[in-house]
Design a protein around this ligand. Sequence first.
Ligand code: SF4
Length: 101
Amino acid sequence: MSESCGICTPCRAGNFIIQRKLERLQNGLANEADLKELKSWGTIMKNTSRCGLGKTATNSLIYAMDKFHDYFMQRLDKEYNGLNLKFDMEAATEEYEKYKI
Ligand code: SF4
């Protein structure tokens, strides 16, 4: 993500979105749709990025997802039912509350 020059959208946006989804996965908040979207973004970036950086940026991730499918499945939020119940509204607005008049 930090090496993207930002000229083309698939690489610029795709790397950002992939990073956010990997953070969700790392924090146990991802669901199966996130895994599908990770793969979709890998395909989009590979097919539409302008240079080799964007075209290959997701290679290792997609390879790991294929080779270690069980590991990725274990990292999913097992209680996910379509709602993000773990979202903490107070923590999310904490900074805003400091500046509230
Ligand atoms: S794919 Fe290449 S040209 Fe496109 S944003 Fe990424 S680094 Fe820049």
